[in-house]
Design a protein around this ligand. Structure first.
Ligand code: F0G
Length: 429
């Protein structure tokens, strides 16, 4: 198979060794595409399974194990891996019950080396950076991309430069980016402004851009879908629900599902449901208003990972919904906060943005849009410990957004007691 870059709106094609993030003719986004004979699904499914027994780093990776479905890298010697992927599927009985479902499956992408789904796409994009001979990599981030890129850049021996909106990223993520040695620039602006800046710098050739504008990021994120389907014996669920911010992940899911369907790995296609926070819902507005272009907005949500008002991948995301007959909904700050705490009651911890998917599920249920027998996979995108401040505030009843208090439905208060056995005995009983 040979790989090339293809514009999503015009017939322009480019070589994969050209450093491009946009079509040079019309400026639109690029896809990685492949020529050659279609693989035999039965053989490949077996190959993927057998690689689990192999000790080589690329076979141990939950991304590179599926490399035949994104064969853009000339040689495995370029692979930079932290043994990403291999994330678990769990059930969540309490959330299932509240949503009126017989059962509910959760895939927790926070169980990755840097604690978020970004690692799936970072390994492929940084490996491409290595193949291209790049020495400096760059991203704008609400936190998780920064943490992931910093780790993979360190691993690859590259310089990592990250732009983050000052005061608007969770502490855990900031700590990671610094610790992995990236050059961290806090800007007095939003993520959307940071994104415009890195796009400009990357076009000038200052550094290689590792945001999801980079189509090689999305090729790695396709492996989330492959892994999820393999874990289910390649039985597609009825619906996959995931949070949407910059909309790269939803775009990758759509591409993966379409390709797997065309290559006869799965039938039928599951429906994709994207969930946004009400204060950061430009994609929900676009789809609900059937508008022709996305209207950027000033985003505001406590789920800082998805505080994005001008998502770069909206066209790919809209295409993903068309392919999968998907939909998009938005949820309130309170719905996100309570859904996050409800998941924790099943022993499943995640960061606020992740819980948008659970909040979306509960909203669909309240709107009577689900059947008890629906087979649904909820995607959790980031680890619980990314944003402990939010969690402590929630349980203390101190969470507020834009001056409005958020009442915590599932509070668990901390007890301040004297250092005496009697007081503890009372607490136990
Ligand atoms: N969940 C988490 C935990 C995220 O960090 C992000 C995005 C999303 C969901 C949304 O995914 O952008 O593909 O639609 N975080 C990016 C970052 C923007 O910079 O870390 P998306």
């Amino acid at each position: 198979m040979s790989a090339y870059l293809q514009c999503i709106s015009c017939p322009s094609k480019f070589r994969v060794d050209e450093i491009l993030y946009h079509c040079t003719r019309c400026g639109d986004l690029l896809d990685v595409k492949y020529d050659g004979p279609a693989p035999d699904p039965r053989n490949l499914k077996l190959t993927f399974q057998n690689r689990k027994l192999s000790p080589t780093p690329e076979d141990q990776s939950g991304v590179w194990r599926f490399r035949d479905l994104f064969p853009f890298l000339g040689s495995m010697t370029y692979v930079v891996s932290l043994r990403e992927g291999n994330t678990p599927l769990w059930n969540s009985p309490r959330v299932a019950k509240r949503a009126g479902l017989q059962q509910l499956t959760v895939k927790h992408l926070g169980m990755n080396p840097t604690g978020s789904f970004k690692d799936y796409g970072m390994t492929t994009a940084i490996s491409q950076a290595k193949a291209l001979g790049m020495q400096t990599v760059l991203c704008a981030s609400t936190g998780n991309t920064a943490a992931s890129m910093a780790a993979y850049a360190a691993r690859a021996g590259m310089k990592g430069v990250v732009l983050i909106p000052q005061g608007q990223i969770a502490l855990g993520k900031l700590a990671q980016a610094i610790d992995y040695g990236a050059r961290v620039a806090q800007i007095d602006g939003s993520f959307d402004e940071a994104m415009l800046l890195v796009d400009e710098l990357a076009r000038e050739g200052q550094a290689y851009l590792l945001n999801s504008l980079n189509p090689f990021r999305l090729e790695g994120q396709k492996a989330i879908v492959m892994e999820l389907l393999e874990q289910r014996g390649w039985r597609p669920p009825d619906r996959i629900i995931l949070p949407g911010g910059n909309l790269g992940n939803c775009s990758a899911f759509g591409k993966a599902l379409k390709e797997l369907h065309e290559m006869k790995f799965i039938n039928p296609l599951p429906r994709l449901t994207v969930v946004q926070a009400e204060g950061a819902n430009p994609f929900a507005r676009l789809v609900h208003q059937k508008a022709s272009a996305l209207q950027p907005l000033q985003a505001s949500t406590l789920a800082t990972a998805i505080q994005i008002g001008n998502p770069v991948s909206w066209k790919k995301a809209r295409r993903a919904l068309e392919w999968t007959q998907g939909d998009v909904i938005d949820v309130s700050e309170k719905e996100i906060a309570d859904a996050r705490a409800l998941l924790a009651q099943d022993g499943i911890g995640c960061e606020p943005a992740s819980a948008a998917s659970a909040a979306g599920l509960l909203k669909l249920s309240n709107e009577r849009r689900l059947k008890a027998s629906d087979d649904i996979v909820l995607i959790l995108t980031g680890h619980q410990l990314k944003d402990p401040e939010y969690i402590v505030k929630y349980h203390a009843g101190d969470l507020s957004h834009e001056g409005k208090h958020i009442a915590s439905q599932f509070r668990n208060v901390i007890h301040s007691v004297p250092a005496e056995a009697g007081a503890i005995r009372k607490l136990i009983s």
